[in-house]
Design a protein around this ligand. Sequence first.
Ligand SMILES: Cc1cc2nc3c(=O)[nH]c(=O)nc-3n(C[C@H](O)[C@H](O)[C@H](O)COP(=O)(O)OP(=O)(O)OC[C@H]3O[C@@H](n4cnc5c(N)ncnc54)[C@H](O)[C@@H]3O)c2cc1C
Length: 417
Amino acid sequence: MRFSAWQIIKQGLTGNKGWTPHWRSPEPKPEYDVIIIGGGGHGLSTAFYLAKEHGITNIAVLEKGYIGGGNVGRNTTIVRANYMLPGNSEFYSHSLRLWENMETDFNFNAMHSQRGIINLFHSDGQRDAYARRGNQMISQGDDAVLLDREGVRQMLPYLDFEQTRFPIFGGLYHPRGGSARHDAVAWGYARGADMRGVDIIQNCEVTGIDIEGGIVKGVQTSRGAIRAKKVALMTAGRSSQTAAMAGLTLPIESHVLQAFVSEGLKPCIDHVVTYGMGHFYISQSDKGGLVFGGDLDFYASYAARGNLPMAEHVLEAGMTLMPMIGKARMLRSWGGIMDMSPDGSPIIDKTDISGLYLNCGWCYGGFKAVPGSGFSMAHLVAKDEPHGPAAKFRLDRFATGLGLMDEEGTGAQHNLH
Ligand SMILES: Cc1cc2nc3c(=O)[nH]c(=O)nc-3n(C[C@H](O)[C@H](O)[C@H](O)COP(=O)(O)OP(=O)(O)OC[C@H]3O[C@@H](n4cnc5c(N)ncnc54)[C@H](O)[C@@H]3O)c2cc1C
């Protein structure tokens, strides 16, 4: 079923009884051309672009839980193209352009809202760094405006400009940045892939990867063995575990990242705002909740929940920046498992095992990457060669040390990126 104004009128007049499920629940077939392990944003978008761009439709996406239950449905939904280093810069720029056409592409409302992002700075040194980043963004073809203190005050009058320990000097404004409804992105890609013939198989955990003579042959799952010519590992925070099934040890650590949401409020925060001197960023969802988060909990874990000291740390930073949020009641908090790479940049590459492809290392920035990652991964799987904007996301950079992309300049420590 395609969504259109006509459908809404028709269904509205006939008791809304004609809507059909967004995707089928097929039984796994014995064999596929491509198996994608992991039905998160990246796995689903890869299936979608394999079908749409390359005409490959004999695909199964195997998801051990339900679609949207992983990080794609747990993140704080910030979408931006404000990266600086060659490699990241062109990739995220490409991804943002795909975002701008995505809803038409898969015919689903993912509530993508380009409300603008403002990264605050609080010192002369930080201003210089943001000016440099803004220039790089503009030279990549994206948008950036350096705001002074008064410029920020006009857009974000509710911030505490006078009394904070770290006075606000200004902000880097990225007008095309914004947010989206996270699980709707998963549903949209699932729906678009299903419409093109892709089998999305939920509650199907991959428990082994079959390899013979260095060539991938298929997977073992909780619903039996399935053969495949090509297998793509796209399990985000669980990447080390699934790669281990193929005998691979990845340069990835899994860390917890928490997020928080307040009760629903009338619209009061129009943009995405990040604090330059504390672990805090915030936006307001279309339901009215203030959605905010901070940094990692700083220890490796597979538990999708965080600890109280980090919650306190984030709330404290929020109160420093905008004391008004102290009046809001917090509704809930949750955690997700981040696939942290040593340089903070991702991996989209072939492995040494023929027919086995790897996509991981998204750290806490993989939501905005969903369209770009799927597009590039589909190209890699279909053509066996890297896609231009993602060509620098090589796995061997961690063995050779060549081509590392340490966007934050924090060195080779997973949990600092
Ligand atoms: C609190 C939080 C805030 C974030 N904020 C942002 C943000 O503002 N902006 C941004 O760009 N990014 C953000 N991120 C990061 C982003 O969510 C992730 O980088 C991205 O979602 C990861 O890719 P994915 O969607 O494919 O992962 P997932 O949705 O986790 O998909 C992986 C899937 O693999 C499945 N799987 C694992 N093992 C197996 C197996 N053996 N068999 C079958 N299936 C398996 C899992 O069940 C899961 O569904 C945030 C993350 C968190 C947790």
